[in-house]
Design a protein around this ligand. Structure first.
Ligand code: ASP
Ligand code: MG
Length: 425
């Protein structure tokens, strides 16, 4: 007997019929002899609707009440789903995050999990029932207030319970078939990867691939929870996310593919601080100022001064939404930092090539830059990790870049790919 945690995203439980369909699927897993714990997101766009509703009542909703409001979304879906399962003859109990024992710190809207005490859940499955848990919510043990884990947080709830209950694996159901070599809406020849490592998935998720909540992958990696990302609209195998891709995931091939996928990100912008003195402490000061504006940066590039004034340029990428805050913080500090010019560019796109096989294969960067050069696409900034190469380029060339790089690394599938218009939720 296996213990399986199954998480269903909002698009899988968008209406009554979908809830009944998902209930049948859960009961199938149960009838195959498994113990099943279910995590569910709010129905369809409920969370967005609740946020809009709050904002139409007040422009500045209080964080504490906002969390009480948003947890209502998952309470609706968990209750309905448990009813639908019971209706199929299997005992099912719904639990709020608090009842299920998900404990968090005190930060409303972005709470971190500090513990999971799944006693009632363990008892439910021991007694032969199915436990249905509201995703994305918990309780702060100091105040007894309910909290939410941040948008998309139900993935993290699922992994947290899978870890705490020592589940055999955790299935994340959404409306896409798995993790593709690139976004199929941009590269129609993209194909689903049978397996990825945690490390690769973290790199992809951190650089724009919308498959899983980043924190959920980090959590899964820490506790070695195997994840299976798949569609609730088909029975196809999805993508397994594991520590090591062993043979059973390799489709009979004896080596894992060198490249796992291409992530793309249009949400970033670039700021350049030009003519800044090249002396100790400059970068420290500059980034302390950016950090104090609460801005999270990603890539940084500094050039070596070759001019008489011995001044350098420092460029960095940041979320587009954070440009105004970073820009004005830096502007205010111009006298102190002694730079000559400040520029921002919101028209950038970032392409990231990810694959654990890069460690052992030379020539990956040359092939990447060659493919872009051949397509006449200029590279603005480059950054690398052990298993990733990212390039900043012009946003309007990003889609084209994804396509040519996909082809250059032989990732194109021969067959026709079925593209669901899914959002991955
Ligand atoms: N319902 C929440 C959201 O839409 C949590 C989730 O779906 O994971 O962000
Ligand atoms: Mg949702």
């Amino acid at each position: 007997m296996s213990l399986v945690v199954q998480k269903f995203g909002g698009s899988s439980v968008a209406d009554a019929e979908s809830i009944r369909r998902v209930a049948r699927r859960i009961v199938d897993t149960y009838n195959q002899g498994n113990q099943v714990v279910v995590i569910v997101s709010a129905m369809g766009d409920t969370t967005d609707d609740l946020i809009d509703l709050a904002r139409s009542v007040t422009p500045r909703p209080r964080a504490r009440e906002m969390d009480i409001l948003l947890t209502a979304g998952e309470r609706i879906s968990m209750a309905l789903l448990a009813m639908a399962i019971s209706d199929l003859g299997v005992p099912a109990n719904a639990f709020t995050g608090q009842q299920a024992g998900l404990l968090t710190n005190e930060i409303y809207g972005k709470a971190s999990i500090v513990g999971v005490v799944p006693e009632r859940i363990a008892r439910t499955i021991r007694e032969g029932g199915i436990a249905v848990i509201a995703g994305f919510q918990g309780v702060n043990t100091d105040s007894d207030d309910v909290t939410t884990l941040g948008r998309g947080g139900s993935d993290t709830t699922a992994v947290a319970f899978a870890a705490a209950l020592r589940a055999d694996y955790c299935e994340i159901f959404s409306d896409v078939d798995g993790v593709f070599t690139a976004d199929p809406r941009i590269a129609p020849t993209a194909h689903k990867q049978p397996a990825l490592t945690y490390e690769e998935t973290l790199e992809l998720a951190a650089h724009g691939t919308k498959v899983l909540h980043l924190r959920a992958v980090e959590y899964a990696r820490r506790y070695r929870v195997p994840l299976h990302v798949r569609s609730s609209f088909s029975d196809k195998e999805g993508t397994w996310i594991v520590e090591e891709k062993d043979e059973k995931y390799l489709d009979g091939k004896n080596e894992a593919p060198m490249i796992s996928g291409i992530a793309h990100d249009k949400s970033q912008a670039k700021i350049t601080v030009a003519g800044i003195p090249d002396e100790p402490g400059t970068a420290a000061r500059l980034f302390a100022i950016v950090a104090s504006a609460d801005v999270n940066i990603d890539m940084i590039v500094q050039n070596t001064p070759t001019n008489a004034a011995n001044s350098a340029n420092i460029s960095f990428t940041l979320p587009k939404d954070d440009v105004p805050a970073a820009f004005s913080a830096l502007e205010e500090a111009q006298d102190e930092l002694k730079f000559t010019k400040l520029k921002s560019n919101e028209g950038v796109g970032i392409l990231s090539l990810v694959g654990a096989g890069m460690r052992s294969h030379p020539g990956v960067s040359a092939r990447l830059f060659g493919a872009l050069a051949e397509a006449g696409i200029n590279i603005d900034m480059i950054s690398t990790s052990e298993i990733r190469i990212s390039v900043v380029l012009s946003e309007n060339q990003l889609d084209e870049a994804v396509k040519v790089v996909h082809t250059a690394f032989n990732l194109d599938s021969e067959g026709e790919v079925i593209v669901y218009g899914g959002t991955g939720r």
